[in-house]
Design a binder for this molecule. Structure first.
Ligand code: ADP
Length: 485
């Protein structure tokens, strides 16, 4: 079934290199399927090393010109790209829902969110100030300026097919860098549609390139090629480690946004209804397929039963279905592997004594649809308490004291997002301080915005995206000492 778009030219089936749309017939195309019904939505080239090398050469050639444009010029081009995204929000959302499965309303929301990174970095482009440092020498001046790092590479996942690209590309372009993007094989169409709009916005040839194809081959070239000076990756910790090791011989700069195991702690003094609402937003958005999704709900014993009961009622009311249907709140999981993982983790938990309080099984719609699930009496030995679930399953653990909750929350190799609910101001400060995470949501389940720094500690990665820090990831510092004055 072909997608019906107002601007059909947004649906692309070629890679974008050096400002040109190219085929790559060296291997059979990648078919893009809708996870809701399995039908083919499009096809893109299965490009490999050669195309990647050409894209790197194009990005290198374009760098000279782009890095010398004024910040004001880059800001204007980015601003135009942002406006075009909003103009085409419906089409971009339709493409996203078709290839990713998320409900149309969420897809539209993501396009707005993705565009907001471009708007933000269009503004930040003009504020990459340096310093004039008071000199210890009477005859010398010390100046510090910020420069773009050069040619960059971005490798992005399927769960946010647009936002994970714009939060890397926008700061790179704003800083004066050029970039090659390799989107996830499940969701290349959103990436190519963004490139089509960037082209229309006036991003010059070679400044932004998008290559679809064999991840391992493209990744090998992007990481080995000495011309690439920086890699920004969002995805699994396993692949992040691999890419970091591949970048080591050429010592590329790295931004890594990897897995999480977000604790969501509800203390006895919390507003239970607010906590349930926050848990629904944090856990079930994108059917649980975000790296900041609550992965372990720790609930204090005094409020535990009320919270489980209210959450279960709310979860049972979530409408599951094809993301294109108007009132659907939960789409399918991305693929069979995702479904298998959820089933395995649940089996392990139930086998070790956990209790299903809502859902718990594949949805009657079949395919990769899964019932939104609440599982109670989860304990730290269960796999579900330690691994990223990436599905609509909320495991609930009971705890007694604040210290115990913090100890459980911090007993993870990950440290991306964390959340807790409390109305005690002293506790709010204590717990926020003690939690080992890059981000802490306090009395809220939604924390992502372009203006705040997104990123993790421990094995959740390094670097920050968004905020005024986001552009620094794409700049290095040059110190100039002017003598003989
Ligand atoms: P997920 O489990 O979310 O698919 P991955 O880390 O496997 O997470 O994928 C995130 C991105 O990394 C995708 O674009 C994927 O194609 C890419 N990727 C996976 N394996 C490699 C690899 N060996 N080299 C480079 N990129 C890879």
């Amino acid at each position: 079934m072909m997608l019906k778009l107002k601007a059909p030219s947004l649906l692309r089936s070629q890679i974008f290199v050096d400002g040109r749309w190219l085929d790559d017939k060296s291997a059979p195309a990648i078919e893009v399927r809708n996870p809701s019904g399995g039908e083919i939505v499009g096809a893109v080239p299965r490009a490999g090393r050669d195309a990647t090398r050409r894209a790197i050469e194009a990005a290198d050639a374009a760098y000279k010109g782009w890095s010398r444009t004024t910040a004001e010029h880059r800001a204007r081009v980015l601003r135009r790209w942002y406006e075009l995204m909003l103009e085409h929000q419906d089409d971009l959302a339709a493409i996203m829902t078709a290839e990713q499965g998320k409900p149309l309303a969420e897809a539209k929301g993501e396009i707005g969110y993705a565009a907001s990174y471009i708007e933000w970095f269009a503004e930040e482009a003009k504020r990459t100030y340096g310093d004039v440092v008071p000199s210890p020498w009477a005859d010398k001046q010390i100046l510090v300026k910020r420069e773009p790092v050069g040619v960059c590479a971005a490798i992005t996942p399927w769960n946010f097919p647009a936002a994970m690209i714009t939060r890397k590309v926008a700061p790179a372009l704003a800083a004066g860098c050029t970039i090659i993007v390799k989107p996830a094989e499940q969701t290349p169409l959103s990436a190519l549609a963004l490139a089509a709009l960037a082209e229309r916005a006036g991003v010059p040839p070679g400044v932004l390139n998008v290559i679809t194809g064999t991840a391992r081959e493209i990744g090998a070239e992007l990481t080995n090629n000495p011309t690439v000076r920086k890699l920004s990756f969002t995805g699994s910790t396993e692949i992040g480690r691999l890419l970091a090791s591949q970048c080591a011989p050429t010592l590329k700069r790295l931004s890594l946004e990897l897995g999480g195991n977000a604790p969501f702690i509800v203390f006895d003094d919390a507003d239970v209804d607010a906590a349930v609402e926050g848990a629904i937003a944090s856990k079930y958005r994108n059917s649980g397929q975000t790296c900041v999704c609550a992965n372990r709900l720790l609930v204090q014993e005094g409020i535990h039963d009320a919270f489980v009961a209210k959450l279960s009622i709310a979860v049972k009311a979530l409408k599951v279905g094809d993301g294109r249907d108007a009132d659907v709140q939960q789409g399918p999981l991305i693929d069979d592997a995702a479904l298998d993982k959820v089933l395995t983790l649940l089996d392990d938990a139930v086998g070790k004594g956990a209790r299903i309080a809502a859902g718990g099984a594949r949805h009657r719609l079949g395919g990769t649809f899964f019932e939104p699930t609440v599982v109670a009496e989860v304990t730290p030995e269960m796999r579900i308490a330690n691994e990223e679930i990436f599905g609509p399953v909320a495991p609930i653990m009971r705890f007694r004291s604040e210290d115990e909750a913090i100890a459980i929350a911090n007993s993870s190799e990950f440290g991306l997002a964390s959340y807790f609910y409390s109305r005690d101001i002293a506790r709010v400060w204590r717990v926020a301080d003690a939690i080992q995470a890059g981000m802490v949501g306090i009395n809220t389940g939604i924390i992502s915005t372009a203006v705040a720094p997104f990123g993790g500690v421990k094995q959740s990665g390094m670097g920050r995206e968004g905020s005024r820090l986001g552009i620094e990831e794409y700049m290095h510092t040059k110190y100039m000492c002017i003598g003989g004055l």
